[in-house]
Design a protein around this ligand. Structure first.
Ligand code: FES
Length: 141
């Protein structure tokens, strides 16, 4: 399917789900206010990949936390393609040194905004084209 709709009504803060889109996993995570605050406090100079990698933004935007999220008012939501940017393994959620995702293949650590923070992966996890069509439905693609 070129487009899917995901019902996120049961995804409470601190929870996540994985859907499948075009043969690849899609991670949807509802971050806690503490996680959002911590991710927003990260300076851009600390990032290995300073580019947002968000297909919903025009051009190359900096990888601020809000630019990696579903946007203002929905900063708690993270929607990403769950494919490690190193060699394509599927990272594990709520794992790694930064509380985001950890790729066990060669040890890449991503933060709660899916930004690469440590390990061999060169880029932040990619954000697909998506839209919240209501408070509980996300359309991918
Ligand atoms: Fe993820 Fe190598 S494929 S670290």
């Amino acid at each position: 399917l070129s487009t899917i709709e995901i019902d996120v009504s049961s995804v409470e803060p601190g929870m996540s789900l994985t859907a499948k889109w075009r043969g690849r996993p899609i991670f949807v995570r509802n971050r806690t206010p503490e996680e959002v605050q911590a991710a927003q406090a990260v300076e851009l100079q600390e990032l290995k990949d300073p580019v947002a990698r968000n297909a919903n933004l025009v051009g190359e935007q900096p990888a601020t936390d809000v630019a990696r999220s579903a946007g203002e008012g929905r900063e708690n939501w993270i929607v990403m393609i769950g494919v490690c940017t190193h060699l394509g393994c599927v990272p594990l959620g709520e794992a790694g040194d930064f509380g985001g995702w950890f790729c066990p293949c060669h040890g890449s650590h991503y933060d709660t905004a899916g930004r690469i923070r440590k390990g061999p992966a060169p880029e932040n996890l990619a954000i697909p084209t998506f839209e919240f069509t209501s408070d509980t439905i996300v359309r991918i693609g």
